[in-house]
Design a protein around this ligand. Sequence first.
Ligand code: ADP
Length: 476
Amino acid sequence: MRKTLYLKFIFAYLLFGIFGFIVVATFVSNMTLDACKQGAAGNLYREATIIADSYAADLYNSEVSLETVHQQLTALAGYTNTEIWIMNPSGRLVVRSGEMIPPNTEIYVKGFDPAELTGQLYTIGSFWDSFSTEQLSVIAPITGNYRTNGYVVMHLPMQAILKEANGLLNISYIELLFILFLSLIILIFFTEIVYQPLRRITKATEQYAVGNMRYPLTVESNDEIGYLAASLSYMAGEISRAEDDQKKFIANVSHDFRSPLTSIRGYLTAMLDGTIPPELREKYLQLVLNETDRLTKLTNGLLTLNNLGTKGMLLSRTDFDINNLIRSCCAMFEQQCRDKQITLELVLTGEELYVNADRDKIEQVLYNLLDNAIKFSHSDSSVRVETNEKRNRIFVSVKDSGIGIPKEDQGQIFERFYKTDLSRGKDKKGTGLGLSIAREIIRSHGENINVISTEGVGSEFVFSLPRSELNDQIEE
Ligand code: ADP
């Protein structure tokens, strides 16, 4: 593509030039010759009539001598580069410019018939075989006493007309050359505005094709080509970012799988080679079980995230009572709360509060948030779950007064595998996937989830859900 586009344009340019010359050489040349013939014939005819009305008429009225008229006509013919005749209707030459007709000599134009010219201003040819070269001839009648006494005939060699036409044609050729030269500007514009940027884009796409997504592509123009380059560059950036994310993701997954597997292997080897005495085996088997639990949790989390991502999140939305879901979800944590002496405080709006969402997925969000809140709470504290209704939205908040999240971590906790340093000691089983799953689910509902937290004071997670119209029917 690179070379041919330019060649095509040059080819089109040459074609334009060739056609231009063909048009000038044919149409324009014919038109110029026609115009020259018409112009010359018009002028000759005007002069011929003037002669017919003056010298010729005087000659027929015997007011001037033949010699005088001959002199006058010869002078006039010299100026106009023509040959001027005065002839009788019978075809006999009376006066001829140039060489005088000797007395007693009669020159006839054989077959002379001015009627053949009726309706025509001029005739081109040998004038009834009087000339060997082509002439443009006009005939003006000499009238007197209501009859035609004779004719004034003027001949102009066609050679002279052709010469004039060619002179004019040459001007047209020069004009065409100027136009061609000026149209080079279009070629320069094309090169600068289209061809060069396209070359840069093509080069960039070749680099992208071989995986060099960081190849810089800048085309600074505010037109379609600039837009195309910007889109391509954006696409390459996105692909490159996706690649980085994928690498990071795989590194995280591998790391998170490797550490429990290393511990399991360590405990089992120690048991087999007797480093761990038989009476302590139960304790270490419990540790192995905990690690496998963590692996299971991790695998499930990854599967959930994968399903959420690949299915484009097919939600099965229903209208359900979020208060009821909160109550049943809290019930699942009864044992954990009792163990840590944590009270769950429910501050719910209304008896029933309907939302329109995917019930199972929202249950997962609530479960993840409650699990974190309880995990990161100190013993003997309380976790508050609240529902609120604002502008067609239902807001659910899960608030604890636990360890809190450092400010610098707050932007990242929703990312996959992210865990704060603070929490690592408290929660060895954590996968760092719970919040990213929650965010995916809430976003797929077109809603938001946010965190407000102060380190050492506590955290509050708030997410919104679309309000169901069922609430209005209940109110009525
Ligand atoms: P995990 O399985 O580790 O809980 P999450 O994605 O649910 O994964 O949470 C990511 C990290 O965010 C946690 O490891 C913890 O550092 C922090 N975090 C989440 N919820 C809370 C909370 N209620 N209080 C303090 N830190 C929290």
